[in-house]
Design a protein. Sequence first.
Length: 122
Amino acid sequence: MSVKDEDVQRMSQALKSGAKLTSEVCPVCSSPIFEIKGELWCLKCNKRVVKIKEESEIASAVLPYTLNNLNAVVVEKLEQLSATLSRLTDPSEIKNVVDTLSVLLRVLSQSESLKEKLRKQV
């Protein structure tokens, strides 16, 4: 089955499950936008779509995306530093890596906490 056929099948299944087809199109792929349980979704991109009506809504719409990207970068750095730490023997180098790991873990914790607060607001 081709990717296009899979997209159409996913859209058809969504309609059968109660999704509503809107008159909007995805700003990324120009596929139709569906309303599912009060949220707008592009089923081709398989991502939630946020409709911004006023400029003041931009920050709150972009923040979750930014936090997800930040988390991905921090996790990648944690993995790299963890591998580095396992090879180190010099106590001062170990301390530097451990200190950096500690900072990254705090950033990750704060980011997750902020994401949770944002989820509760919605």
